[in-house]
Design a protein around this ligand. Structure first.
Ligand SMILES: Cc1cc2nc3c(=O)[nH]c(=O)nc-3n(C[C@H](O)[C@H](O)[C@H](O)COP(=O)(O)OP(=O)(O)OC[C@H]3O[C@@H](n4cnc5c(N)ncnc54)[C@H](O)[C@@H]3O)c2cc1C
Length: 506
């Protein structure tokens, strides 16, 4: 990421910030306190980048987090003594911020599916054993995984045969799908270019236009893939399965979110050993931010050049800069003066974790061993779940599963799907935006002063990495505006009155 230009730029930025902070001016005459609402990847990354890019000159960062832990949608659950990721799980090999954070914080990476086990009798399932369920039967199944004791050559042959099987069903459309995803990834990689050749963006639109990704947010994934030459079969089966797993939505999702979701089926996916939430914890600690847990912010008022934040517990914080690092859509924060953002629905994903055994009869099988480790589903009305994946195999009769669904999984339904159930844990996630092309984006800067909103980027795509990428830009935007340097992206703008009907007042 860093080159010679970067060092020079950083030095001059550092010098100017230090000078600014000493002589006063701009937002405050002394070092402004930066208050960050939310301790997930967005809040922790913005704190990290503020500290790094200011060379430590921005040193009064307060993080307010309503939960008792940081990480937000990067969270783990305990299912009968074993810990599993409950929210954001997989990271792509090209998620460069997440990779850098993990190295820098001395965290261990694990390749997806190769979970470390405290129980030596337990094993990690092969996530490549996929079955596509249409509510009555499996319309497609990949090969049963090879036994764990198989030789490397046997495993290679097995993987080749699996690829042939998938190719026989979907043909050259698979290559077109891969090209579509790689093109998106190439453009996304521009966000890691050195600082000197990468502008500070005042809006999500400008950011996406610069990398030539904006067009993908204007049309549905279905339209984009049809233009890319994918067959209707691939779109209605494999692509649909991936969208339902990753975003709980169908192929009418907007194109960029869809492409990002498809990248989530690339090889080499990874996560942090012990839980991805540790990235947030490590960044917050390293930024030397003052973290206030169990502190839910309920109001933000601006007057006399300062923001006053009030919490549910009745505490008050005076801040020169405020960064909102959580989706505002389902929150009840009052703003004075009010701010206006496009209305957006969140897609709720119900994550249900079960330790037990699937019921073979439900799947028309004679034994649970015939049911693939990853059951994906088609967009058929009566299927009550989006996906079921095996997280860990304790024995042939005892496994840990993760079920994703759009609606809650009631006990009566689980008792039909599972023949045995020892432990059940449920989470109702306000998970990500319900994507709808063409997407509208809230501004990064909500009030023309110093109230910033990172999660407006989630309308492009919602992932751990996109949270970090948006946070890095917001950190640069804050620093550039503190120094009153006009951003290279010409228009830092608030919502125009012509757009008001699409907006909600907060
Ligand atoms: C089920 C599921 C699966 C996913 N799978 C993946 C995946 O495999 N890979 C991937 O990259 N991404 C995945 N994602 C998406 C990814 O987890 C999110 O995009 C990302 O973690 C969002 O981070 P964030 O910091 O922007 O928001 P959050 O993680 O939601 O953090 C916001 C924080 O703000 C806090 N907060 C909210 N309101 C207040 C308030 N009023 N006062 C104080 N604090 C407040 C919240 O408690 C929370 O901690 C998944 C998400 C879900 C739900």
């Amino acid at each position: 990421m860093a080159g010679a230009n970067f060092s020079l730029l950083l030095l001059s930025l550092l010098f100017s910030i230090s000078a600014f902070l000493q002589i006063g001016g701009g937002v405050a005459s002394s070092r402004p306190r930066v208050c960050v609402i939310g301790g997930g990847i967005a809040g922790s990354s913005v704190s990290h980048f503020l500290k790094e890019y200011s060379g430590g000159a921005v040193d009064d960062i307060v993080i307010l987090e309503r939960n008792g832990v940081v990480g937000g949608r990067m969270a783990t659950i305990n299912l009968g003594g074993d810990i599993f990721e409950a929210g954001g799980t997989i990271l792509h090999p090209k998620n460069l911020h997440a990779l850098n954070f993990t190295t820098f914080l001395h965290l261990q990476r694990k390749v997806n599916g190769a979970a470390a086990s405290s129980n030596s009798n337990a094993s990690s399932p092969s996530s490549s054993w996929l079955g596509i369920w249409d509510g009555r039967g499996f319309v497609f199944k990949t090969l049963n995984p090879p036994p764990r004791s198989s030789s490397a050559i046997y495993k290679k042959i097995h993987s080749f045969l699996n690829a042939l099987l998938i190719f026989r069903r979907y043909g050259f459309s698979l290559l077109r799908m891969n090209r579509f995803v790689q093109r998106m990834l190439e453009r996304f990689l521009l966000y890691y270019k050195d600082l000197a050749s990468r502008p500070v963006f005042g809006s999500v639109e400008d950011m996406l236009k610069w990398s030539d990704l904006y067009g993908l947010t204007r049309r549905t994934l279905r339209e984009e893939l049809a233009d890319a030459g994918l067959s209707p079969l691939l779109i209605s089966e494999l692509v649909t399965v991936i969208m339902r797993i990753n975003y709980g939505q169908d192929v009418n999702i907007s194109g960029l979110a869809g492409a990002v979701s498809l990248a989530g089926s690339d090889p080499g996916l990874w996560s942090v050993e012990g839980g991805n939430w540790q990235i947030a914890a490590g960044l917050i600690k390293h930024a030397n931010a003052s973290l206030h847990l169990h502190e839910e912010i309920t109001s933000i008022s601006y007057s006399g050049g300062n923001y006053e934040l009030s919490s549910k517990k009745g505490n008050h914080y005076s801040c020169g800069v405020v960064v909102i690092a959580t989706p505002l859509d389902e929150l009840n924060i009052s703003f004075t003066p009010s701010v206006s953002i496009p209305s957006r629905n969140l897609q709720h994903t119900h994550a249900t974790f079960v330790r037990g055994l699937l019921n073979p009869a439900y799947f028309g099988a004679t034994s649970a061993a015939e049911i693939p480790n990853l059951v994906g589903t088609l967009e058929v009305a009566n299927i009550p779940f989006s996906s079921i994946s095996v997280l860990k195999i304790y024995s042939e009769e005892d496994k840990a599963y993760k079920v994703f669904s759009r609606l809650p999984m009631e006990d009566s339904l689980l008792d039909r799907i599972f023949s045995a159930r020892k432990y059940t844990v449920r989470i109702n996630w306000p998970a990500y935006p319900h994507y709808k092309a063409p997407e509208n984006f809230a501004p990064y800067l909500l009030d023309g002063q110093h109230l910033y909103y990172i999660n407006s980027f989630e309308n492009a795509a919602s992932t751990i990495e996109t949270g970090a990428v948006a946070a890095e830009n917001v950190a640069r935007l804050i620093l550039s505006r503190m120094l009153d340097i006009s951003s290279s992206s010409s228009n830092i703008r608030t919502v125009s009155s012509g757009q008001r009907d699409l907006h909600v007042d907060l």
